[in-house]
Write a protein that binds this ligand. Sequence first.
Ligand code: BGC
Length: 753
Amino acid sequence: MQQPDPATLPLERKASLLSGGDFWSTQPLDEAGVPAVVLTDGPHGIRRQKAGADHLGFHASEPATCFPPAVAVGSSWDAELAARVGEAVGREARALGVGVVLGPGVNIKRSPLCGRNFEYYSEDPLLSGVLGAAFVRGLQAQGVGATVKHFAANNQETDRMRVSADVDERTLREIYLAAFERVVTEARPAAVMAAYNRINGVPASENKWLLTEVLRSEWGFEGAVVSDWGGVGDRVAALAAGLDLQMPGPDAAHDAAIVRAVREGVLDEALVDASVRRVAALADLAVTADPDPAVPAELAVTSMADAAVPAEHHELARELAADCIVLLKNDKSTLPLAEGVRLAVIGEFAADPHFQGGGSSLINATRVDTPLEAIQALDHPVTYAAGFTTGGGADAEALREEAVRAACEAEVAVVFVGLRGETEGSDREHLDLPADQVELVRAVAAVAPRTVVVLSTGGVVSLEGWHDDVDAIVAGWLLGQASGGALADVLSGAVNPSGHLAESIPLRLEDSPSYLTFPGEAGHVRYGEGVMVGYRHYETVGRAVRYPFGHGLSYTTFETAELSVDVTSDDTATVRLRVTNTGERAGKHVVQVYVATTDGRVRRPARELRAFTKVTLRPGESRTVELPLGRRAFAYYDIEGGRWTVAPGAYTVQIGESAARIVAEQTFTLTGDADATPLSLDSAIGDWFAHPVAGPLLQEALMAGATEEQRLQAEANSDLMDMVASIPARQYLHFPGVPVSTDDLTEILEATR
Ligand code: BGC
């Protein structure tokens, strides 16, 4: 039987569908055959709460695999890896009856202090967008919807539900919206989650420009816009702006407000109908007790009790995590660990790992590997000392002394340090590791023949004060439940490290571009650094960092050669290069393609990442890599013209081992766009003179009636032009002696059209 169109139901029923049925699901519309669909976090595992509901983790969730969080995936620079995380999370979502996963988060790491950086990929929008889109593709291939979040400019936790991110449109488009745009246009997620914060004074959930003009009209988004949990202040304004579903629910007062607004003629019922259809369409993702016939049999697990899934997924979590680890420093080839060396494994994090952050993405892991056990399983004599405790109450000096004794006996000390308590809802106040951990590292490094430091942190920490004391540093971020095995794989050399920094590590917090404005004051945070975020700032102003964006060492070596760039149209090009594994181990290499230009009307960053790929190479193997650069790789957003613009001029493609170390480059010219900014009475008089049609006509009008002598004098004084060039035409007319009127200019304008 054909079900009625949900939009033909009574207004009250329709309004009720627009707020949740409970904390984690939509309301069913039985009379229209629309079932409830479960939406839940995500995104690096499934947090399915069955008994009780909250988003603070008071009620435990069903066990699920905790895959590497976004901070780690970002460092993999590997779209296939991100897609595999998405696929696996999708399989578990189906098993746990979840139709829509609340992720990925593709907000930009504007400040290293943002408390949710562990849930985001990068400071760069291309890296964030490519990985986010790959995750969505992997997830949705399992028949589970993705919710890209938090749209948009949600780059801090301080005052997150009220603060206004004050950002100019170029910066929004180039930095803060770009990853969302890529995910929406390339991977078509089922849903977009509106952020809590305001943007230029307007709450994201009530922002029509963002939710309707940009998202739907420009990007063609056809899915549902969902609120962040509790993120709707004015339900009618939110609906009018394009926010379809308010979560959680039910919310009788807001449903009634919608009904009232329609009856009073304040809200067009057609908007209600459109939102109802979009929410009803989400219900196609509802997971029923029966396996979905569209899902291949081997994927259609119906219960997490199906033991094969957690076991396989744990192994997968280990494999994926290893490729996210970044080897920051490796002096004297300290790593990989030489066969049989005596090890002192030191630090509480070795026995009690920090592998995920807190808040809404907290996963009840199916099992947890510790680095200590994984290292003990290798072929080394191992002693362990806690060295410090993050819990307090112990004798810090005694713990340190015990660790120093262990280090004295060892050939290599591996010290596991990090942060705890990284969570949604608050930002960090500084970048430092706890002082007792720094003291421990220094004390161990002073006695151990070799010292390796392994960091477990959801974001960047300062390496100053101890960096030069140690031989090797491994950034282990938060690696998910199999972090222990993954770290052991990289330390032992079973896996060649291939991660690269997705965010710069500054020397001082004060050097970071948002330092003076983060996290804002009086309800506003001004994004005064504009597009100069992360490495864009450091490279443009020449500020040294401890480790640049894109940095990451390996146990083998790679060489880049034969770079060539083919210009394929007025505004596109193709980059070709050859990469060779010149070392003795198999490994993965990240090709980083940056574009640099100084042409155009706006200040451009020194270079910007415009393409990347990760290639696997055996020792001695070479591969030719070809990467297309589309128009957007060269464009900036022209606020005045309201469009993306490719300035005619010189562009340089740079191949980097990081944003700071360029190993090959080539410069070429692009025809770009004709300057299409139309002249107006407000254009500067210099622009009028420069215009091919208006210029000569204006010149003629100004000189009409002038004597020969006056003409010669005007020519002789042509450098006066510099002084008047910036005067708007309509004001120039009013200087004494200017013999043209508004009508004359209007006539000239006509001639330019
Ligand atoms: C977070 C979202 C999350 C939601 C549901 C909010 O606090 O900002 O990312 O999906 O809660 O748990």
